[in-house]
Design a protein. Structure first.
Length: 266
């Protein structure tokens, strides 16, 4: 059993990841940090090389002796991260203590963790225009939630219980009241995003994790699905983003199932 730090999207602004690690150290007892994606690119404001982010994250993970386990979001340099081989433990080793988990499961401190990243970008067309104007790559088709990878993950998990599911997108029908409406988006985006959320819902229903931690929508909410529908009483922790001192980070206690919201301080 362990206490685990939860961190939302930080979009390459590694200073916010540092503040989260510092807050976890003040609270004490955090064995690993789980992060929900959108680590490396913030279109229009910042483009951070994913391996530069990895260097900073590795420094923090070593300094605080707390590894970072993350799943990719839609703002990632996908070709670079997918080129890393999958280790026997189930994750891709971005750095010695920075592990990307995507479409696989792993065991940490006796906890079974599964992850499936990706989401549809509402700013896809703006990013493609940016690419054409600057020549800088900021969008990849790999960002969508992969249906085949989801099926493979469900098969890998099998009948064994999953304690934690990390995703970037939220499951359709469970977080609808908490998910902000994305206005002025195209019908194609809305269709794609709906398909993504339905796939995530399928994974959630198949695995029934005790804890699901997710991001993408940049709001800090706790969602408690109807416990009568599940063998275990799940909770979904939607995480905030960089700039949100009150919603970017939290701590989950795997023994009690309790959540401690963490305020970030300079």
């Amino acid at each position: 059993m362990a206490r685990l730090g939860l961190v939302g999207d930080f979009h390459g602004r590694v200073g916010w990841l540092r503040l989260a690690y510092e807050a976890f150290a003040r609270e004490g007892g955090v064995a690993a940090v789980l992060q929900v994606g959108d680590t490396s690119i913030d279109f229009g404001r910042l483009h951070a090389d994913p391996f530069m982010v990895g260097d900073h994250a590795e420094h923090l993970a070593q300094q605080y002796e707390t590894p970072l386990i993350y799943t990719p979001g839609n703002h990632e340099a996908w070709p670079e991260i997918l080129a890393r081989p999958i280790e026997p433990e189930g994750y891709r080793k971005i750095r010695p203590h920075v592990w990307m988990l995507h479409g696989n499961t792993m065991i940490f401190r006796g906890l079974r963790i599964a992850a499936l990243g990706g989401a549809t970008s509402s700013d896809k067309h703006a990013r493609l225009r940016y690419e054409s104007e600057t020549g800088e790559k900021v969008w990849w088709p790999d960002e969508r939630v992969d249906r085949d990878l989801a099926a493979s993950l469900i098969k890998e998990a099998g009948d064994l219980p999953v304690d934690i599911l990390i995703t970037h997108e939220v499951p359709e029908g469970l977080c609808d009241d908490e998910r902000p409406e994305r206005r002025l988006t195209s019908e194609s985006y809305q269709r794609s995003a709906l398909i993504d959320r339905l796939i995530i819902r399928e994974v959630f229903e198949a695995m029934e994790p005790r804890l699901m931690v997710t991001g993408h929508h940049h709001v800090r909410r706790t969602v408690r699905p109807d416990p009568s529908c599940y063998h275990r009483e799940p909770r979904i922790e939607m995480m905030g983003k960089d700039g949100d001192r009150y919603g970017l980070a939290a701590i989950w206690d795997s023994e009690t199932g309790g959540i401690l919201n963490v305020v970030l301080e300079d």
